[in-house]
Design a protein around this ligand. Structure first.
Ligand SMILES: [Zn+2]
Length: 190
């Protein structure tokens, strides 16, 4: 698994990711350049992994009756560009050239509406669990490819909690930023 992912961005798609289409996207505003990556965590139900519920949620196909927690998110229409599962598998739901619905009310360096100009990456995880090493490896590979394709994001990586502070806590205290940044630096040299 260690050598797994080497990606390439072609026409807004990450080659090497499994493509699944989400209806939850729209166009980015005209003349908007992609200039930020936002890192998140998600698990459904919270802190439980596997099961395929996240994929169903992003496709508006989640059966709200399956779990009491699902009723608290019933009807929400959200998405992400990429989801990295605990296994290291990468799923793409929205083309990078389109606007995914992951950030909500947000601002980065005083610029509001991060969905307009960012790429969202969800890690299957929670605020109270360590991420898998393979997730860091794959995230670093994916971000290195994205930075090549969209040079403006080179220095703009944020957590959801950074752009929606007081409202969001992900990717949470278990996300090791320094480890991730070191890995990313290695991948960029390779
Ligand atoms: Zn988030």
């Amino acid at each position: 698994m260690q050598s797994a992912a080497k990606f390439q961005v072609v026409n807004g798609q990450l080659i090497g990711a499994r493509q699944i289409s989400s209806p939850n996207y729209n166009q980015r505003p005209e003349d908007t350049e992609i200039q930020l990556i936002v890192i998140h965590n998600i698990s459904l139900p919270p802190s439980q992994f596997g099961g395929g519920y996240i994929e169903q949620f992003f496709q508006n196909q989640l059966d709200w009756s399956v779990h009491p927690y699902f009723q608290t998110i019933a009807g929400m229409q959200v998405s992400t560009h990429l989801l990295i599962l605990r296994t290291g598998e990468v799923l793409q739901f929205v083309n990078f050239n389109d606007r995914a619905w992951h950030a909500g009310r947000s601002s980065y360096l005083a610029k509001k509406e991060c969905n307009d100009y960012s790429i969202g990456i969800e890690l299957e995880g929670s605020d109270d669990t360590d991420f898998e090493d393979i997730q860091y490896q794959v995230l670093a590979d994916a971000v290195a490819s994205l930075q090549q394709a969209f040079p403006k994001i080179a220095h703009h990586l944020a957590g959801h909690s950074d752009i929606a502070s007081g409202r969001k806590t992900d990717p949470g205290p278990h996300f090791q930023w320094s480890y991730f940044r070191a890995l990313l630096a290695q991948k960029k040299q390779a």
